[in-house]
Design a protein around this ligand. Structure first.
Ligand SMILES: *[C@@H]1O[C@H](CO)[C@@H](O)[C@H](O)[C@H]1NC(C)=O
Ligand SMILES: *[C@@H]1O[C@H](CO)[C@@H](O)[C@H](O)[C@H]1NC(C)=O
Ligand SMILES: *[C@@H]1O[C@H](CO)[C@@H](O)[C@H](O)[C@H]1NC(C)=O
Length: 446
C-alpha cells in the first residue's frame, strides 16, 4: 500500500463524523489507453489495424493524424467527427464502471468515432490515481473494429455476477451523429472473468427489439450456487420495454408496461449550466435480496421520471406471466421520489436493503432503505462541480462504486480536457450512508 493510501485510511479513522459521502478514487481529465507497444497482442502480422488507422507494434507508432502520443495543448473546442482517426481523446467519454477482484472495468461506448477500445479496465491497486491509461479487456484484438469475427463494438455498462462472470450488451453500433453505423447485430455477451473467455454470445432476435431500442445496462439475477440458472434483465430506455434473458434456455423475450415509459412532466434537466429535455424511459433495474417466497423485488424507474416502481422476479422469470397483455397488480407503484429526482443508474446493497440512486438533476448520489417510506430518501453526496452526471452506480460487495462523467457539458457545451472531467468514486456502504436516514433505519431494524 502506498503512502497516500495509508494516509487516507488514517484520516478516515480520525474524522469519523465528517467522512460522509464518497471518495474520489480515480480521476481523469482525458481518457488515454495503454497502447500495446510493449506487449504485442496475438496477431499474425506486425500491426494492429484500426478504422482508417494503423498501429505498428515494432515502432509503437501510428499512421493516423492523431496518435496516442499527440498532445494537443490547451482546452479544445473541436470534436472532429471525421473518419480518419482511431483515437480522438475528445470523443472518449467513460459511461460505466464496475469491479471484479483487482480489476476496475471502465466502458467507453462508441458514441463517436475515435474510440479505440470500448471495454477496458485498470488495476484497482494502481499506484497512479489520475489519468491512468485504460487497458482493453480482454485485449486489443477483441475491441478492434477490424478484427475478424465478433468484436466488441460499443458497451455502455457491465454487470459482474457472483459466479465470476461479466455481462454486457454490445450495441454493435457506432453512433456517429447523423451517420450511425450498425457494425454488428445487438448482442448480450457473457464472459468468464477467470479465463477472460466469452462463454455466451446471444444475438437478439429482431422480435425483442424496436426501432428506438437503446440497451445501456444489464442486471443479473442469479444465486451463487445456481450459476446455470441465471436471468438477465435489460431495460430498453428508448423503446420503453424490458428484455428478459434466460441463460439456461439461451432465449430472450420482451415485456411491455406503461411504467417503462418516460413521464412527460419530468423531462426537463438543468445540469452543469445547460438546460435540455430528455425522454429516456426505464433506465436501470436493481434487485433486492431473496424474499421468503424465493424471489427478489426488481426496483426500476425511468430516467425522465420521478416515480419508483417494483415487480417481483417471480413475474419477470416466467415468460407467460411477464408477457401477458393485462398485468393486473404484478407491477407496483412504490411512490414518487419528489422533484428533481430524475435518476440514471441505481443499484441495491442487498444485505442492508439500501437502494443507491444517481440523481442527474442534483449532481448527487442518494440512498433509500427499501424497508422505509420513500420519503426517507437521503442525499449521500452532492457536488455541483465534481459530481456532474452520475452515469453508473454499482454496489460491489459492501462497496459503492460511482462513475461521474460531466456528460451534459460534453453534449451541449465544451469540456475542458485540462480539468478533471471523469471520476470513479468509492466508499464502503456503511461509511457512505453514515448520518443519512438510510443509516438510522438500518440500526433500528437490527
Ligand atoms: C495489481 O494486481 C495485479 C493482479 O493481482 C498484479 O498483476 C499487478 O502487478 C498489481 N499491480 C501493482 C501496482 O501492485
Ligand atoms: C425470431 O422472431 C420471429 C418472430 O418475429 C420468429 O418467427 C423466429 O422464430 C425467431 N427466431 C429465433 C431464432 O428465435
Ligand atoms: C408461469 O406462470 C403461469 C401463469 O401464472 C403458471 O401457470 C406457470 O405455472 C408458471 N410457470 C412456472 C415455471 O412457474
Amino acid at each position: 500500500m502506498n503512502f497516500l493510501a495509508s494516509l487516507l485510511i488514517l484520516l478516515g479513522t480520525f474524522s469519523v463524523i465528517s467522512t460522509r459521502g464518497l471518495r474520489e478514487e480515480f480521476t481523469w481529465s482525458r481518457i488515454s489507453y495503454d497502447w500495446p507497444a510493449g506487449t504485442p497482442p496475438r496477431f499474425g502480422g506486425g500491426e494492429i489495424s484500426f478504422p482508417r488507422g494503423r498501429y505498428d507494434r515494432t515502432t509503437g507508432r501510428t499512421t493516423t493524424r492523431r496518435s496516442s502520443t499527440s498532445r494537443p495543448t490547451g482546452s479544445t473546442t473541436s470534436r472532429p467527427d471525421t473518419n480518419d482517426a482511431y483515437y480522438i481523446y475528445q470523443n472518449n467519454i467513460p459511461m460505466g464502471a464496475n469491479v471484479w477482484n483487482e480489476k476496475l472495468f471502465i466502458t467507453v461506448p462508441r458514441r463517436r468515432v475515435g474510440v479505440p477500445s470500448t471495454l477496458n479496465y485498470i488495476w484497482v491497486n494502481s499506484s497512479q490515481h489520475h489519468n491512468v491509461p485504460l487497458k482493453p479487456y480482454p485485449d486489443w484484438e477483441s475491441n478492434s473494429l477490424e478484427a475478424r469475427g465478433d468484436k466488441f463494438v460499443s458497451v455502455y455498462r457491465v454487470a459482474v455476477d457472483g459466479c465470476d462472470r461479466l455481462w454486457f450488451v454490445d450495441t454493435g453500433r457506432i453512433e456517429t451523429p447523423g451517420n450511425p453505423d450498425q457494425v454488428q447485430p445487438i448482442a448480450l455477451v457473457i464472459m468468464d472473468l477467470k479465463t477472460d473467455r466469452v462463454l455466451q454470445r446471444h444475438v437478439f432476435n429482431s422480435s425483442v427489439l424496436r426501432s428506438g431500442t437503446s440497451l445501456a445496462s444489464v442486471t443479473v439475477d442469479v444465486e451463487d450456487d445456481k450459476c446455470g440458472d441465471a436471468f438477465a434483465y435489460i431495460p430498453d430506455l428508448g423503446g420503453f420495454g424490458l428484455i428478459v434473458y434466460s441463460l439456461r434456455e439461451d432465449r430472450a423475450w420482451r415485456l411491455n408496461h406503461n411504467y417503462f415509459s418516460f413521464e412527460p412532466v419530468a423531462g426537463e434537466f438543468m445540469v452543469g449550466g445547460h438546460r435540455f429535455q430528455w425522454n429516456d424511459g426505464i433506465f436501470s433495474i436493481a434487485l433486492s435480496d431473496l424474499k421468503s417466497d424465493g424471489h427478489r423485488d426488481a426496483y426500476f424507474h425511468s430516467m425522465a421520471g420521478f416515480n419508483q416502481y417494483r415487480v417481483s422476479t417471480r413475474v419477470l422469470r416466467n415468460e407467460t406471466l411477464s408477457t401477458r397483455s393485462y398485468h393486473d397488480t404484478d407491477f407496483e407503484h412504490v411512490g414518487s421520489r419528489g422533484p428533481l429526482s430524475q435518476t440514471s443508474s441505481s443499484d441495491l446493497h442487498k444485505t442492508h436493503g439500501i437502494l443507491f440512486l444517481g440523481l442527474v438533476n442534483q449532481n448527487a448520489l442518494a440512498c433509500w432503505n427499501i424497508a422505509t417510506p420513500l420519503s426517507d430518501i437521503s442525499i449521500v453526496h452532492k457536488n455541483d462541480e465534481t459530481m456532474i452526471y452520475p452515469s453508473d452506480v454499482k454496489v460491489s460487495g459492501d462497496t459503492i462504486v460511482l462513475l461521474t462523467n460531466t456528460m451534459p457539458v460534453f453534449l451541449y457545451g465544451t469540456l475542458d480536457y485540462d480539468r478533471t472531467n471523469f471520476r470513479v468514486w468509492v466508499e464502503s456502504v456503511d461509511t457512505a450512508i453514515r448520518g443519512t436516514k438510510c443509516d438510522k433505519s438500518r440500526r433500528s431494524k437490527s
